[in-house]
Design a protein around this ligand. Structure first.
Ligand code: ADP
Ligand code: ADP
Length: 233
């Protein structure tokens, strides 16, 4: 089925007496278990689209259905609830709590939705094991490498079994070897049935996805199967 459907999505920012149309009618459909990269030059609207897809912000006009729910007109509390349940975020800067262990960082989304402690710890441990961090559960971010920190962030993104993993420049702070290891992990997650949306301005990273959507001046300029897939024959 469809995980993301947008219909004529607009986002207009007001800056004093000026208006910026960051998105100008975006129609996008992403199905379950797709692996999509959203590309585009700086200022094209990638972050704005990610904020709408991730329920961090609401559109100025148009409709957005996430997993069949119309989320275009929810208030901030309703958006926060659906975000915690449906979206697993991965950021360039990891966004981990510096004073908390890996285990605690991964538990946080479960604390927020009221999961009992024993179930929380069991689930957080199992997700950390699945990203290769069984031996790093009690370490804090400053005791981990960049790649390990991003694995903790990915475990945190997965802990609620979200309907989409939304990754914004996930390799932007990693050297290329570590970045490739993280992209291999996304390949595994995709093979396990996850739906992945990857926002990046790096063509080499976008090529890991199976479909590449390019945004330019707030509209979708192209949408095609990635060459990595189409070259497989
Ligand atoms: P943000 O998500 O913080 O609004 P972007 O996603 O546009 O920013 O970009 C993330 C980082 O990549 C920023 O440091 C930005 O300056 C840089 N960047 C974005 N687009 C390009 C580009 N086409 N060429 C070089 N650097 C870019
Ligand atoms: P990208 O992520 O591709 O760099 P953005 O979505 O950040 O693009 O920006 C798209 C356009 O919207 C740009 O012209 C940018 O300056 C503008 N914009 C983004 N956020 C805001 C904001 N909070 N207020 C005003 N203008 C914004």
């Amino acid at each position: 089925g469809d995980v993301i459907v947008t219909d004529n999505l607009w986002k207009t920012y007001e800056m004093g007496d000026q208006q910026v149309n960051a998105l100008r009618g975006v129609n996008l459909r992403i199905r379950h278990n797709e692996y999509v990269a959203i590309m585009g030059p700086s200022g094209s609207g990638k972050s704005t689209l990610m904020n709408l897809i991730g329920c961090l912000d609401s559109p100025s006009q148009g409709k957005y259905w996430l997993n069949g729910h119309d989320v275009s007109e929810l208030n901030d509390d309703e958006l926060a609830r659906i975000r915690n349940k449906e979206i697993g975020f991965v950021f360039q800067t990891f966004n981990l709590l510096a004073r908390a262990t890996s285990l605690h960082n991964v538990e946080l989304p479960l604390i927020y939705n009221g999961t009992p402690a024993a179930a929380r710890i069991e689930r957080a441990k199992s997700v950390l094991e699945s990203v290769g961090l069984a031996e790093r559960m009690m370490h804090k971010p400053n005791e981990l490498s960049g790649g390990q920190r991003q694995r903790v962030a990915i475990a945190r993104a997965l802990v609620n079994k979200p309907s989409i993993i939304l990754a914004d420049e996930p390799t932007g702070n990693l050297d290329s070897k570590t970045g490739d290891e993280i992209m291999a992990l996304f390949d595994d997650l995709h093979a396990q049935g996850n739906t992945i949306v990857l926002v990046t301005h790096e063509p080499d990273i976008a090529e890991f996805a199976h479909r590449v959507v390019t945004i330019r001046d707030g509209v979708i300029a192209s949408d095609h199967i990635s060459s990595r897939i189409s070259n497989k024959g």
